[in-house]
Every structure is written in C-alpha cells, then in structure tokens.
Design a protein around this ligand. Structure first.
Ligand code: NAD
Length: 449
C-alpha cells in the first residue's frame, strides 16, 4: 500500500519505518527541512534503539522516502497518517493547530479518488469530526469528487521500546464507522499480527477516548504509588516491600507501581491535562485526574526536598552529580523530565550540577538556560563516573541500566562524601549503609531517608 506519514517525530518516524519494514511504500513528511535532510543522509532526529538500522535499510531498499512536500507525497499515497504534535494549549487542552493545519493541507493536495486520513496523534474526543470538516472544506473549494474517510488509530508505543511495541502490538485500536476504511486498515496491520489478531475495532469517539484513558490510568497508578510512598516515609515502612506485596496480586500487577521522582515525557503530563480539560468543558469535576496531576507535580520536587533536608536550603558551594536526565531510560526525550525540575531547584538554591546521561546530553543541553552553561553551573559528562568527581552527593534521576549495578567503591572514592539520593529506588538501603553510604530513597522508611 502507499502510505504517507505526516510528522516525523517519535511516533511518525517509527510508524513509517515499521510500515516500510512490512513491505509498504511509505513517504515520511515533515515541515522541518533539517530533519528531512538529515534523514536522507542517515541522521536520525531522535534516539530510539534499533531505529537507525531499520531506517537505513528501508531507505536504501526504496520503500521509505523523506520529503518536506505533502503534495509530492500525495502523488502516490492514499492513506495519510497524521502524527504531528498535540502539545497542551494555555488552558491545558490539546492544541490542535498542527493537526488541523495538516488536515487543511491534505484537502488541498489529495489526488487519489479514495483516501483514508488517519489520526494517529493523540487527540481529544470529537477531533475526527473536525479533521473531516477541515479536509472537506478544502476539497469543496477545489470542486472535485475526491472521497475520504477519517479513522482514529491512536498509538500506544513506548519510547525506548517503540519498534518492538509497533511490530508486536498488544492491540491496534481502529475507530471508524466506514466498512471500507476498516477493511483497508485491517489489511494494513495484518502483517503485524500473524500470531493472533489484536485489532480492536470501535467507534471513532471511543478510539479517541481509549488513548487518553490508557495514559491516564497508567499515570494514576504511578501517582497512587507515589502517594503511598510519601505515607510510607512517615510511617517508617519500606514501600519497596509493599510494592512486591501488592504486585503479586494479579488484579494489580507489577507494572507502573514503581515509586519515583514523578512521571514526565511527552504524553502522560499533557494527556492527563487534556483529559482534565475535557472533563471541565463538559461540566464534570474530575477529582481523580486532578489528584493524579497534583501528586505528580509535587513528586517532581521530592528529590530537591530531600537534598534541602540534608544540606539546608542554601546550597552555595555545593555540587551535585546527576545520573540520568531523560524522562525515562532508553530515550533522549527530555519533555517534562523530572531532572529539569530538580536542576532548576538546585541551581536556584546556589548549587552546581555535574550531570551524565547515556544519550540525552544533547537534548538536555538545549533545555538548559544559556547562563547556566556559560558560567559552568551545569556541566555534562560523557562518562558516568566523571560526573561524580568532587560532587557532594550523587542523585540518581533516571534508571538507565548502567546505573543499576555501579561500582560503589569507585562512587565512594570519587564523591567528596558518600551520599546517594536514589530517585528510582534502584539500590538496597541496607546494603548501601553497610558500604558506608548515607542513602535517601523514595518511601523507604527511616532506613532509606
Ligand atoms: N512520543 C510518544 O511516545 C507518543 C506515544 C503515543 C502517542 N503520541 C502522540 O503522537 C503525536 C506525535 O508525538 P511525537 O512525540 O512523535 O511528536 P514530535 O514532536 O516528536 O514530532 C512531531 C513532528 O511533527 C512535525 N510537524 C508539525 N507540523 C507539521 C506539518 N504541518 N506537516 C508535517 N510535519 C509537521 C514536527 O516538525 C515534528 O517533527 C502526539 O499527539 C503524541 O501525543 C506520542
């Protein structure tokens, strides 16, 4: 099939590449000329494990194309995936300006007699109707008989495991009331489910709602567990033992019940906000969602609070080594990362930061205030142990694998004092105490700070 994927970011590039891998002919379109030029020369705009080889192979074999011109893509394609960003607007609602701009452009350039416009971006309930009306308005101006259906096909991939998620999906949600579109979408995804069928067909509005509900549910689990961790600290209970105790219940499960320093990324924060906004607009008090968001905002300050409690609120002359900057492991994505809140708080209190991340240093550098970099208040290191040199404490912010089982003797020798703040509960408090460390985790009772 001939597909165009519009928006070549974390979702669009993975979507386009995986469809090409399955033999489809795919054109990836982006308005960012540098991104497209880079991709044509094998330079990926994002870090995603395994993606570079797959892009390279499909590009060389002629199934994957890159362009800034939607009109050029529309010469061949009749299935258009909209995968542009839907950032939060000022009131928290999803800003649809990029999605609707693409819809307008599509109405201007589609040439095939029948087309499918697929909303893959995460969009509020009712967006498919807006996309349909926007495309149709442009087609009407052209006065031709081009037909199209709009399908909601939200994406559930996880950054860091995106290829595996796309190639072997838990489910593919397809929301449409058109039998023809449903059949084509089914055929398109068939190669991804040779083992067993995972397509869940539903209405368009239900598909739109499913995506928000899934993310809000996961965010809720995290915030709930962070609240329990806060209570554990007051009750002298180790939340990690509680986590194991509840995760073993199959109704609860082990996923997404890790206490930590808050969820970030491009999805959970904005999607919880957008769902809250949908509730407000429809006269519903969304108490649970409101609490999920408030707990998370608070949680992102937890590490700084622990550092202030240990070192005082004036951190002038103090240096902290951060391990991990990305909002989670295996990605360079820094959007809404807890590390950003922590860095801001520590610097405002007068501290200096030495930080390491396996892949996010470049994206993190773009997020820093220029003054911080110019006067050396924030310095990045390619090697995790170099970041520790002369620091007063190590702060683990992102649970990358190389941080899980580090050389504690080396950490102790390199820091000026053996102090660890563990924002992801990666280490055993008793073991670290035996090794002579002062240890502060999240919700680890009195033994863990
Ligand atoms: N990142 C994730 O893990 C993830 C997972 C599931 C769903 N989503 C959703 O998918 C959507 C895209 O997210 P993302 O993280 O890939 O975003 P992103 O910011 O990485 O990429 C968006 C891309 O769209 C391009 N773009 C904007 N306007 C355009 C236009 N008119 N024509 C062509 N390209 C245009 C931008 O230049 C950018 O490259 C969002 O709605 C997001 O909520 C994201």
């Amino acid at each position: 099939m001939n597909i165009a994927v519009i928006g070549t970011g974390y979702v669009g590039l993975v979507t386009g590449t995986c469809f090409a891998e399955m033999g489809h002919n795919v054109t990836c379109v982006d308005i960012d000329a540098d991104k497209i030029e880079g991709l044509k020369h094998g330079v990926l705009p994002i870090y995603e494990p395994g993606l570079d080889d797959m892009v390279d192979k499909n590009f060389k074999e002629g199934r994957l194309h890159f362009t800034t011109s939607l009109a050029e893509a529309a010469q061949h394609a009749n299935i258009f995936f909209i995968a542009v960003g839907t950032p939060p607007g000022e009131d928290g609602s999803a800003d649809l300006k990029y999605v609707l701009a693409v819809a307008r452009d599509l109405g201007k350039v589609m040439v095939s007699s029948y087309n499918i416009v697929v909303d893959k971006s995460t969009v509020p309930v009712g967006t498919a109707d807006k996309v349909r009306a926007t495309v149709q308005a442009e087609l009407d101006k052209r006065g031709n008989d081009i037909r199209f259906d709009v399908v909601s096909n939200p994406e559930f991939l996880k950054e860091g495991a995106a290829i595996d998620d796309f190639m072997r999906p838990d489910r593919v949600v397809i929301g449409t009331d058109s039998e023809k579109a449903a059949k084509i979408m089914h055929d398109l995804y068939a190669p991804f489910m040779r083992n067993h069928e995972v397509i869940i067909a539903m209405g368009v509005r239900e598909a739109e709602m499913t995506k928000y509900t899934a993310n809000a549910m996961l965010a809720t689990k995290i915030s709930f567990m962070n609240e329990i961790a806060a209570l554990c600290e007051r009750l002298d209970v180790d939340v990690e033992q509680v986590r194991l105790g509840i995760g073993s219940d199959r109704r609860i499960g082990y996923h997404f019940i890790y206490p930590g320093c808050g969820y970030g990324g491009s999805c959970f924060p904005k999607d919880v906000k957008a769902l809250l906004r949908m509730a407000q607009e429809n006269g519903l008090d969304a108490w649970v969602l409101d609490a999920v968001e408030r707990r998370n905002d608070r949680q992102k300050h937890r590490l700084a609070e622990k550092i202030f409690a240990r070192f005082g609120t004036d951190l002038s002359g103090k240096t902290f080594a951060l391990w991990g900057l990305a909002f989670k492991p295996d990605t360079d994505d820094m959007r809404e990362a807890p590390s950003l809140v922590l860095i801001e708080q520590l610097i405002t209190a007068g501290a200096t930061i030495r930080a390491h991340d396996p892949v996010a240093i470049e994206t993190a550098t773009r997020e820093m205030k220029q003054g911080w970099l110019d006067d050396g208040r924030v310095r990045f290191f390619e090697h995790q142990y170099d970041a520790l040199d002369g620091a007063d404490a190590m702060v683990l912010v992102t649970e990358w694998k190389p941080f899980r089982n580090p050389d504690f003797d080396r950490i102790k020798k390199t820091l000026t004092a053996p102090i660890i703040f563990d924002g992801r509960n990666q280490y055993d408090p008793s073991e670290l105490k035996d090794l002579g460390f002062e240890y502060f985790g999240i919700g680890r009772g009195k033994v863990g700070g």
